[in-house]
Design a protein around this ligand. Structure first.
Ligand code: SF4
Ligand code: FES
Length: 310
């Protein structure tokens, strides 16, 4: 089979990029997509031209490092398949059919070179709360914690996310909600994840917002291209956990590492203050129990709401 490859070439994040056409011949149906790119790169190197930069590691769909757009579709459009799992038999040789290869396009994923983008924004979301630091005992003790079958299944399904970024690339808003919801659901559904459930949800959602990803508007493109079948349902779970965490935070102070927290109601005006006062538990009348303890810092108390010093 012969193909025309139209590949995005960009030297660095700050350089301008452009599509460059390459002809590749004698591609066999048994070759994987990345093997086809390997053959192209060998040819480019032999000709003294810079090879096309693309990421890969496991080449079996588990590490999440590969991934780019093929003809505008993340991972090439084969359901449940990463780029490295694509076989050339999926592509028809129609008189040197053109295949367009370009990197993920999202503000939060700056291009490093050619088809490689910087996905460290995902790492920072995981760093914000994708862990369990509550003591769970030694390994035998941890194994003694019974996990309901349904929770184990949900946790396992969510843990399947490989962090490839296709969901962001496919979303018209470049939202990272499918990825973040998978990472939150993974731990929030397990008994071991309960002690830090609220902190985890708030921290990771705040981190996601700080990285410049967009918001979900229910297009469902993320689910359609996800190679691991992460369902939209997890975004609903994350939103429910977020409401739960915000409500608990209103009643009890939460300390979230590296996240500046202001009282939820601080600049909301008198009406909001009144409604919040109605909705608060008697814990709010305990002056020693204030998020940020405004009174201790010389603030004032009005309508049951604590105001920090201006
Ligand atoms: S949710 Fe799916 S598409 Fe998004 S990063 Fe995880 S595996 Fe990739
Ligand atoms: S190279 Fe690991 S998922 Fe593709």
């Amino acid at each position: 089979m012969n193909f025309t490859l139209r590949i995005w070439r960009q030297q660095s994040a700050n350089a301008s990029g452009k599509f460059v056409n390459y002809q590749i011949k004698d591609v066999t149906p048994e070759m994987s997509f990345l093997e086809m790119l390997d053959a192209l790169n060998e040819d480019l190197i032999n000709r003294g031209e810079p090879p096309v930069a693309f990421e890969h590691d496991c080449r079996e769909g588990i590490c999440g490092s590969c991934g780019f757009l093929i003809n505008g579709v993340a991972h090439g459009g084969q359901r449940g398949t990463t780029v490295c799992q694509l076989s050339m038999r999926f592509f028809k040789d129609k008189d040197g059919e053109a295949l367009t290869l370009e990197p993920w396009r999202a503000r939060a994923f700056p291009i490093v070179r050619d088809l490689i983008v910087n996905r460290s924004a995902f790492d920072r979301i995981i760093q914000a709360g994708g862990f369990i630091s509550a003591p769970t005992g030694s390994a035998p003790d941890a194994n003694a914690i019974l996990v309901p079958k349904e929770a184990a299944d949900t946790g396992f399904d969510a843990a399947a996310c490989i962090g490839c970024g296709a969901c962001v690339a496919a979303c018209p808003n470049a939202a990272a909600m499918l990825f973040t919801s998978a990472k939150i659901t993974h731990l929030n559904s397990l008994p071991q994840g309960q002690p830090q459930r609220d902190e985890r949800t708030l921290s990771m959602v705040v981190a996601m917002a700080n990285e410049g990803f967009g918001s979900c508007t229910n297009h469902g493109e993320c689910e359609a291209v996800c190679p691991k079948g992460i369902p939209l349902e997890f975004i609903g779970k994350m939103n429910r956990d977020l409401i739960r965490a915000l409500w608990h935070r209103h009643r009890e102070p939460l300390v979230i590492p590296s996240v500046v927290q202001e009282p939820f109601h601080e600049h909301a005006g008198p009406d909001a203050e009144e409604s919040l006062t109605l909705g608060t538990s008697d814990k709010r009348s305990d002056e020693s129990h204030v998020n940020g303890n405004a009174l201790a810092k010389g603030g004032r108390k009005e309508n049951g709401i604590d105001h920090p010093q201006p």
